[in-house]
Design a protein around this ligand. Structure first.
Ligand SMILES: [Zn+2]
Length: 456
């Protein structure tokens, strides 16, 4: 019996050192230094070089694919098992950090820094997992190719390019989400809606600036004195236990309603400020946009009222009214939906257009790809069993999510870790962190999972 966890702990210090080497490079997309060989800027190229150097140091065959991405080949074999990670990071607000953001500082058993959990730390974890299998001389029928891109946070152009130059591995995983394994990722779609409606007592309505977030704050501008809205709005807020206020703006009135933001893939966790505002406005205005929103979105983030509700093998279709810009009769809004793989574009479009036509509104959209791999397949089962072996967690089962990961860029690939169900690695936030114990445990899970899938 191989004790993968013990093998991982033997390499703990070296792993931390390698994560620190990568995290010291602020590899944020930088178009000002983008050039041939460094399409996403100099810092992303530096991170790519640093990862390739780690592979060369350890004696593996490495390749840089035009600065978009690179790979390290571990072991021998015609067939390939793929690991997809990324070296680019999102920017950070340095004043909100308790330690240097670009450092991976070790403190109280945790690493703190941009990229420690998304995705430099997980990439190093998966790299060491494959390296351990190799160093133990375990009999395998495939080589492991650790692939790393430099543009995951801004559209994954790295992987799109990489796979025009290099073949797809037979199967693989991306350590860039959460445990347990993610067998399904819904398709994302933004419905962009425009139109002209009759101008009336609602002068303006503004909410949200990113479609993939449930908008927290909504502002409405109405004709007339605030005195005519003050009482009814206050009562509405108190009945619905919401925050907000009324302000006088010249001879107009400004209403502000404050809900709660959430990610668009889990809209049920938020309180959509725009939708709640429109529910109030529908009592004092005949405005057609208000009526449209109140009719189709109030108390419903699953598309029941739009007639598009569907719950399949990866859970429900979700709907988030993410952005509204309305001024003097001009409507501009974006609806973000996460769509299970069983729903067709034709069906979705037909039903949406039916609802929009009633109000004279028009839409454009592009339905992305969904990912679905049978939860009973060998890939999912072996990944999940490795997770259970090192966590003893029988409660959390393989899952489907509304977000999209690198896994969509390659067939037979799923997201697997690195965030554990009860931890919060503060991904994309201040003080991003990962505990050393989680990092070690994840590496052992990866080693066991890869070995079970590629052993002779
Ligand atoms: Zn990531």
């Amino acid at each position: 019996m191989i004790d993968f966890l013990e093998e991982v702990y033997k390499r703990k210090d070296k792993m931390i050192e390698d994560i620190q080497t990568l995290c010291k490079i602020p590899s944020i997309l930088d178009e000002t230094t983008a050039n041939e060989g460094q399409p996403f800027g100099k810092a992303c190229r530096d991170a790519l070089d640093a990862m390739l150097e780690i592979g060369e140091r350890d004696g593996f065959v490495c390749e840089n694919v035009d600065g978009y991405a690179g790979h390290i080949d571990i072991g021998e074999g015609e067939e390939t098992f793929g690991i997809l990670g990324h070296l680019d990071v999102v920017p950070c607000n340095e004043s909100g950090w308790n330690s240097e953001p670009y450092a991976a500082t070790l403190k109280n058993g945790k690493l703190y820094g941009r990229g420690v959990a998304d995705d430099k730390g997980p990439l190093i974890a998966a790299y060491y997992a494959a390296k351990i299998i190799h160093e133990l001389n375990l009999p395998v029928k495939m080589k492991t190719r650790v692939i790393f891109g430099c543009n995951e946070e801004n559209g994954s152009k790295c992987m799109q390019y990489y796979f025009t130059k290099k073949p797809y591995p037979s199967m693989g995983f991306t350590p860039d989400a959460e445990f347990p394994v993610v067998y399904g990722e819904k398709a994302g779609v933004n419905f962009k809606i425009i139109g002209e409606i009759e101008n009336d007592n609602l002068i303006g309505l503004y909410s949200g600036n990113r479609a993939n977030i449930v908008p927290e704050v909504c502002e409405a501008y109405l004709t007339g004195s605030y005195k005519q809205y003050r009482e009814s709005f206050a009562e509405y807020l108190s009945v619905h236990q919401l925050d907000g206020y009324v302000e006088e703006e010249g001879n107009h009135t400004k209403l502000v309603l404050i809900g709660k933001s959430a990610h668009a893939s889990t809209p049920e966790l938020g309180i959509n400020g725009a939708v709640y505002m429109c529910h109030y406005l529908s009592t004092i205005s005949q405005n057609q946009l208000v009526q449209f929103i109140d009719q189709y979105f109030y108390n419903d983030c699953y598309g029941e009222k739009l007639g598009i509700a569907y719950t399949g093998l990866m859970g429900p279709l979700t709907v988030n009214l993410g952005v509204i810009n309305y001024k003097n009769g001009h409507v501009n809004m974006i609806i973000d939906m996460r769509v299970p793989h069983e729903v067709t574009d034709e069906k979705l479009t037909a039903k949406m257009q039916k609802c929009l036509n009633v109000y004279g509104l028009k839409e454009t959209h592009h339905l992305g790809k969904a990912l679905y791999i049978d939860p009973q397949s060998e890939l999912i089962q072996k990944l999940h069993n490795a997770y259970v072996e090192f966590t003893g967690d029988h409660n959390h089962q393989p899952q489907a999510i509304g977000g999209g990961t690198y896994a969509k860029t390659m067939p037979n690939c799923v997201a697997f870790g690195i965030e554990f169900p009860d931890s919060d690695n503060k991904i994309h936030q201040n003080n991003e962190e990962i505990s050393i114990d989680d990092l070690m445990k994840a590496t052992a899970i990866y080693a066991k999972a890869i070995y079970d899938l590629i052993k002779e």
